[in-house]
Write a protein that binds this ligand. Structure first.
Ligand code: ADP
Ligand code: MG
Length: 223
């Protein structure tokens, strides 16, 4: 399952005590269904904010976001949470696994939240796909960084989301482990046919994506 992603005329500023922090100024982008987009740009340029907008966790001050036929601005927060649980997978730089749940618990949770049957079996087969069938009952603290990120990838993909977002998913891994985790991510992406939007610092990663944009000074530049 895949979906198109379209953002048009997006403005975003965060209000703070010392005035508004402008992050996006009339930004637009388009990704066809099933394709890959890399977002690069300096720290603080708004890459994470862009992913938050695409997941409906942040709302723009102006502009429209369409994921497939779904207009995010037209949904209230309950509808957005429901939409996310069915259609969206997110992989963070710092894994964000729940420390009190095993690898299996972390991966089956999204399925349980979405009320799907056979959550456990599906989670086990997804953990097998990322090479962790021998770590099902381990807690995050008992796993290496690379293993934790593989659990996070399994969790993001287990409910077969049509849109997969990655926020510097290899940023906390050593180079060798990072390479392996990325290969795995691209392999799984190919099989899943989801649309992939990836924030990365790494030029070599960006080169593996079909589309590339650079963020700077509130603008998006196609490269
Ligand atoms: N909740 C917030 N409130 C105020 N300012 C924020 C908030 N989140 C991010 N910012 C600011 O917005 C800018 C973009 O942040 P971010 O999207 O995290 O950038 P990046 O991911 O590219 O490093 C930064 O200047 C950051 O300090
Ligand atoms: Mg960021």
């Amino acid at each position: 399952m895949s979906t198109s992603v379209e953002m048009s005329g997006i403005h975003l500023a965060y209000p703070t005590e010392s005035g508004a922090v402008a992050v996006l100024n009339n930004a637009s982008l388009k990704v066809p269904p099933g394709e890959t987009l890399a977002i690069t740009g300096p720290s603080g340029s708004g890459k994470t904010s862009l992913l938050l907008l695409l997941s409906g966790l942040e709302r723009p001050d102006k502009g429209e976001i369409l994921i497939g036929s779904q207009r995010l601005g037209g949904m209230d927060s309950d509808a957005l949470a429901d939409w996310r649980s069915r259609h969206l997978g997110i992989i963070f730089q710092s894994f964000h696994l729940l420390p009190g749940l095993s690898a299996l618990g972390n991966v089956s949770l999204p399925l349980e939240i979405a009320g799907q049957a056979h959550a456990r079996e599906q989670a086990i087969s997804m953990l097998e796909a990322v090479g962790l069938s021998h770590r099902l009952q381990h807690y995050p603290a008992q796993l290496s960084g690379g293993e934790q990120q593989r659990v996070a990838i399994a969790r993001a993909l287990v409910h077969q989301p049509s849109l997969l977002l990655g926020d510097e998913p290899t940023g906390n891994l050593d180079q060798e482990t990072g390479k392996k985790v990325l290969s795995l991510l691209f392999d799984l992406h190919k099989k899943s046919k989801s649309t992939l939007v990836l924030v990365t610092h790494d030029e070599r990663v960006a080169e593996r994506c079909q589309h590339r944009v650079r963020m700077d000074g509130g603008h998006l530049y196609e490269i």
